[in-house]
Design a protein around this ligand. Sequence first.
Ligand code: RAM
Length: 347
Amino acid sequence: MKINKNIIIRFAAAAIGLFMLAGCAEPSETPSEGETVLSNTYAFIAKDIQNPYMQKVYEGFQTACSEVGSSAIYKAPEANTPEKQVEIINELVLQGIEGIAVAANDEDKLEDALKAAMESGVKVISLDSAVNKESRQTHIQQADPELIGRSLVRAAYDIVGGNGGIGVLSTTNQATNQNLWISYMEQEIAENPEKYASTPIVQIAYGDDDTTKSISETQSLLENPDIKVIIAPTSVGIKAAAQTLQELGSDVKVTGLGMPSQMAEYIESGICPKMYLWNPVDIGYLAGYTLDALSDGTITGAQGEVFTAGTLGERTITLDDEQGTEIMLGDLLEFDSGNIGEWKDAF
Ligand code: RAM
């Protein structure tokens, strides 16, 4: 249970904000009369409202919030654009939110809104897809990005036996996490030119985490005869690609990051010989505890600080590649036909 230290300051800030916005704000930015004031509440802002992966993250977030005696709220735009996330952030700040964890649709475009939130006392972290280091107190990193990128290319290499081009089906071209993973995929290939001589990345497509667009982008990738395997570093994309390959009876395979519950049938049928993920529920759980530790002053988000994240135990804040700070969740899990049965009911 935590003490809500900043509430008076933030009520004043919210009141000033409301006053300043009067007459010029979009209706959605101003709380309507009688709207709940979100004290002692932590918000998770997802990339978009449809994504089942984000709902799994929120499950863990809710559990953590309830364990620390706070409320949780789930917010997400219809489509994965930064502009709509800015509107949501501004609205939450006006409503007196205690802390925000955001899976960002752009690394830089939330900066003004998140800085204003932090200046008014709101605790701010990113998770899944990071905002730049100025826009957050720390970031929740699912697993080592370098390991993710390199593992995906190594899996693709194994699947085609070192002979066949790679098509990448990503989310949006602005997603910080997917872009970082793709840069490590490219690095793995560049550093091992002989090994990957016959397994280059031929094309990168963007399905925007939208199933319909991901299916049509998969169809476009398949028009290129050099592509023998697709890497989809997104739970929405990998499922859409697997479904498309199955429907077309294609010999092309898929690997990437997927939820066992959604991918078990494609792993069992061999369309997706192996894939990876971490525990999405734990990501949300760690985020909830991180916001609470920021709120009660146990941590500020600085390198070297230590706190206890409920059943996940002690966590230490470390530096990321860009000298911002992050908290690493942990292991990259590998799924194949040998273990998918144990995981398909977990998440
Ligand atoms: C998608 C999202 C998210 C990614 C997961 C694996 O749902 O794009 O960013 O982490 O897949």
